[in-house]
Design a protein around this ligand. Structure first.
Ligand code: NAD
Length: 363
C-alpha cells in the first residue's frame, strides 16, 4: 500500500502523522511511504531522516493526497485538504466530527473511509489514541503552572519545591484520570504538596495503591474541593464526563476565597473548562487574570511539546496503521472491533452513532 503523510496546515500545529521510525516499519512491511517535504520539521524530523527510513519525499500536499491509498495525519483535514480526499482512500487521523457539521458533510461527499483516532477503543474500555495526549497535557500542566506562579507572570511568586526551611507549593488536582494522575506525579516530583480529588472510588483506590505516599487523595465533594482550593497555590482542572461539557467546579464568586496570584490550569478547557471563569487561550497568549487569579487555559497543550507529542502519538497509532496497511481497512476492522470503533465515515455514509446523534444525520 502507498501510505501518504502531508504536512499539517492547521495554525500552530507542529506535530506530524508519521515519524521516521513509523515510516521505517511500514517500509519493512513492504509498503511505500510518501512524506510531504518539511512535514516533520516542526517535530524535529528532516526530509533526510525520512529518506534514511526508506520513505520518498513529495514536493506538494496535492501529490501526497493524489497518490496515497491511506493518508495519515494528526489534525482533522482542513477544507482545502478535504477537497483532495476521494472514495476508496483511507484517512487515519483525529477527526472530532460531532461538533463539526461542515467537515462531516465534506467527508461524506468525498466518499473517503475515515477512521478517527479519538473513537478507537481498547480492551480496558479506554481510548488508546487519546491517552498519549492526555499523558502529555497532564505532565505539562504543573510545568506551565509553575511558570504561571512566577511573579513576573502574574503569579504568587511561589516555588514548587520550596527550599530548606520554606514549605513547598500546594497543588490541588481535580480529576484523577489520565491527565490528573500524570499531573500529580510531576507536581509531586517537583517537590509540591499534592492532593488529587476524584468522584470515582475505584480511581481513588488505584491512586492510593500506586502513589500513596507521593500525594494524597480525596473524594471530590463540593465542600472539600472549596476547602482545598482556598489553601492551594495551583489548581489543575482535569475532570472529564464522557460526552458532556465539563462541570464547573470553581465559581467566579469563589475566586475571592483563593490565594491572590494562585494559578488555575484548566486542562479540561477542550470540554468547555471546569472553572466558571475559564476561556480557551493559545500558546501565544496562554495566561490571563481574573480577580487576581491567573488562568492558563490552552486547548491544545500537547502542541507546545510537538516532538514529544508526535513520538507519543506515533507509538500509539503504529500498530493500527500497520494493521490497516497490511490487511486493508476491511479485514483490519473485521479482525479488531476496537479499530472498527474508529470507523466514522465510509463511501458517503456515516458509520459512528454518536456523531449521527450529535448532528441529526442518519447512520
Ligand atoms: P479521564 O476520563 O481519564 O479522567 C477524568 C477523571 O475525572 C475521571 O477519573 C473522573 O472520575 C473524574 N471526574 C469526573 N467528574 C468529576 C468531578 N466532578 N470531580 C472530580 N473528578 C471528576 O480523562 P482525561 O484523559 O484525564 O482527560 C481530562 C480532561 O483533559 C478532558 O476534558 C480532556 O479532553 C482534557 N484534555 C485536554 C488537553 C488540552 O490540551 N487542554 C489535552 C488532553 C486532554
Amino acid at each position: 500500500m502507498l501510505i501518504g503523510c502531508p504536512k499539517e496546515i492547521k495554525p500552530q500545529e507542529f506535530r506530524v502523522g508519521m515519524t521516521p521510525d513509523a515510516a521505517h516499519e511500514a517500509v519493512a512491511h513492504g509498503h511505500k511511504v510518501l512524506i510531504e517535504t518539511a512535514a516533520g520539521l516542526g517535530a524535529g524530523f528532516t526530509d533526510d531522516d525520512y529518506r534514511a527510513a526508506g520513505a520518498a519525499i513529495a514536493e506538494t500536499a496535492e501529490q501526497v493526497f493524489a497518490e496515497a491509498e491511506m493518508v495519515v495525519k494528526v489534525k482533522e483535514p482542513q477544507a482545502v485538504e478535504r477537497k483532495r480526499l476521494r472514495a476508496g482512500q483511507v484517512l487515519f487521523t483525529y477527526l472530532h466530527l460531532a461538533p463539526d457539521p461542515d467537515q462531516t458533510r465534506d467527508l461524506l461527499d468525498s466518499g473517503v473511509t475515515a477512521i478517527a483516532y479519538e473513537t478507537v477503543t481498547d480492551r480496558q474500555g479506554g481510548l488508546p489514541l487519546l491517552a498519549p495526549m492526555s499523558e502529555v497535557a497532564g505532565r505539562l500542566a504543573p510545568q506551565v503552572g509553575a511558570w504561571t506562579l512566577q511573579k513576573a507572570n502574574g503569579g504568587r511568586g511561589v516555588l514548587m519545591g520550596g527550599v530548606p526551611g520554606v514549605g513547598p507549593a500546594r497543588v490541588l488536582v481535580i480529576g484523577g484520570g489520565v491527565v490528573g494522575t500524570h499531573a500529580a506525579r510531576i507536581a509531586a516530583g517537583m517537590g509540591a504538596e499534592v492532593t488529587v480529588l476524584d468522584r470515582s472510588l475505584i480511581r481513588l483506590r488505584y491512586l492510593d495503591d500506586v502513589f500513596g505516599g507521593q500525594f494524597r487523595t480525596g473524594y471530590a465533594t463540593a465542600g472539600r474541593t472549596a476547602d482545598l482550593a482556598r489553601e492551594a497555590d495551583m489548581i489543575i482542572g482535569a475532570v472529564l464526563i464522557p460526552g458532556a461539557a465539563a462541570p464547573k467546579l470553581i465559581s467566579r464568586a469563589q475566586l475571592a476565597d483563593l490565594k491572590p496570584g494562585a494559578a488555575l490550569v484548566d486542562v479540561a478547557i477542550d470540554q468547555g473548562g471546569c472553572f466558571e471563569t475559564s476561556r480557551a487561550t493559545t500558546h501565544e497568549d496562554p495566561v490571563y487574570d481574573v480577580d487576581g487569579i491567573m488562568h492558563y487555559c490552552v486547548a491544545n497543550m500537547p502542541g507546545a511539546v510537538a516532538r514529544t507529542s508526535t513520538l507519543a502519538l506515533g507509538n500509539a497509532t503504529l500498530p493500527f496503521l500497520l494493521a490497516l496497511a497490511d490487511k486493508g481497512w476491511r479485514q483490519a476492522c473485521a479482525d479488531d472491533p476496537h479499530l472498527l470503533a474508529g470507523l466514522n465515515t465510509h463511501a458517503g455514509k456515516l458509520t459512528y452513532a454518536a456523531v449521527g446523534e450529535a448532528l441529526g444525520l442518519p447512520v
